[in-house]
Design a protein around this ligand. Structure first.
Ligand code: GLY
Ligand code: GLY
Length: 400
């Protein structure tokens, strides 16, 4: 058994600082109404986008249309699968099935696949499609994407490189916390084919993320560089956060969600402990309404919120809670924090009576340092809001 993975100076959860509204009992009828409104918004956007896709973030609250060339397209197909499951309406399934053709072509022709976000793209489109319909095209496309993802593995460093050409000096050897959510595609590929090489790469990557991306206090770097020739760790750097030594809120949320999603496949309970430590750090830094600022260095004041990070964190807290023993006192806390977050998102961040093409959740941030999608909707926020609602109201079989 390898040594423990927990950081050396983790913070306990400061329960007294959580929003008092989160103590209320959950109200499932309210979540059913939230699902009705969200599915209606997906339906409206399906009519608007046809076979095209929404952009990663909105402008003045409305997404422009694009082809299947971004790292985010799977979040739209994933919303269609969720809308199909939550409503039973065949038109959502038919639209998602048409996307499968597009995702199949994309991996075969390597259209904008020179990055690690193949898991986001293919788990939510093709793995979901295979699980829900048994489509062999979907399964084979997802396996093709898993092979492309495996090409990005640096064996000495034990990491999957996030972005760009493997020899690009600016990007070489960079792992990022977001990749936690791309690893389930590799585990699924090993389960589906019996080929262990996918799983072995994912096991090594998640261990490096645990050791180097997570800091001693349970916060996270956004990205971390390795020397790919020697395998030596180099330094942490931010990309979308406020500073190299601050904690980008969405990165922390990717960590909260990604470690337990991986633990589902590799049964490493140390990843659940790690997710708890990250969750405590995140929950200890929320402003009064419980929706995080875009970087956790801000705990009050006028900096923008990132509702998309809150949606990812809520979903992650539900995955984490579902894997903790019933006797663990924090299990109920994490569940309540997720319920409180989703309730607040529904009451104050959901875009009611919005025009065609509008996002589901307002007040997210894509990339503040580059002034991209600031105080806008972000496509993954909409997806994780809907996945959280599914987890809160149904026995839901994960696409991851
Ligand atoms: N700018 C972050 C990404 O595209 O993944
Ligand atoms: N994975 C890129 C982002 O979260 O913006």
């Amino acid at each position: 058994m390898p040594e423990l993975l927990h950081p050396s100076r983790p913070e306990p959860l400061r329960v007294d600082q959580l929003p008092t509204s989160w103590l209320a009992q959950s109200d499932t009828r309210r979540f059913e109404r939230a699902i009705e409104a969200a599915v209606a918004a997906v339906d409206r956007n399906l009519a608007h986008f046809g076979d095209r896709f929404p952009m990663p973030s909105s402008k003045f609250g409305v997404y422009a249309a694009m082809d299947n060339t971004e790292w985010t397209n799977g979040f739209w197909t994933g919303q269609l699968w969720l809308a199909y499951e939550l409503s039973g309406e065949a038109r959502f399934r038919v639209a998602a099935e048409r996307h499968i053709q597009s995702f199949d072509q994309r991996q075969r022709e390597r259209i904008a696949t020179n990055h690690h976000d193949l898991g986001f793209l293919y788990s939510l489109s093709c793995v979901a499609g295979f699980k829900l319909t048994g489509s062999e095209v979907a399964r084979d496309a997802a396996l093709g994407a898993a092979r492309l993802l495996l090409e990005r593995f640096h064996p000495r460093a034990g990491i999957i490189q996030a972005w760009g050409d493997l020899n690009d000096p600016a990007q070489q050897g960079r792992m990022i916390i977001d990749c936690n959510l791309n690893l389930p595609l590799l585990y699924w590929a090993s389960e589906t084919t019996g080929d262990l090489s996918f799983r072995q790469a994912a096991d090594r990557h998640i261990e490096q993320a645990a050791r180097h991306i997570v800091r001693p206090d349970g916060s996270t770097f956004h990205t971390f560089f390795f020397d790919v020739a020697t395998g030596q760790p180099k330094e942490g750097k931010t990309h979308q956060g406020f500073a190299d030594d601050s904690c980008w809120a969405r990165g922390q949320a990717w960590g909260i969600a990604g470690f337990p999603l991986v633990a589902r496949y590799n049964d490493d309970v140390r990843l659940l402990e790690l997710s708890q430590v990250l969750a405590n750090y995140y929950l200890n830094r929320l402003p009064a309404d419980g929706i995080c600022h875009w970087d956790l260095i801000f705990t009050e004041g006028a900096e923008e919120r990132d509702s998309s990070a809150a949606a990812v964190a809520a979903c992650g807290l539900l995955v984490l809670a579902s894997r903790l023993p019933l006797t663990d006192p924090l299990r109920d806390r994490y569940e309540r924090a997720a319920v409180g977050t989703v309730s607040t998102l529904h009451d104050y961040y959901f875009a009611h009576q919005a025009p065609a093409g509008a996002g589901l959740l307002r007040h997210a941030v894509y990339h503040k340092p580059q002034r991209m999608g600031v105080d806008e909707s972000c496509l993954w926020g909409d997806y994780f809001y809907l996945e959280s609602l599914a987890r809160l109201t149904r026995i839901w079989k994960s696409y991851w």
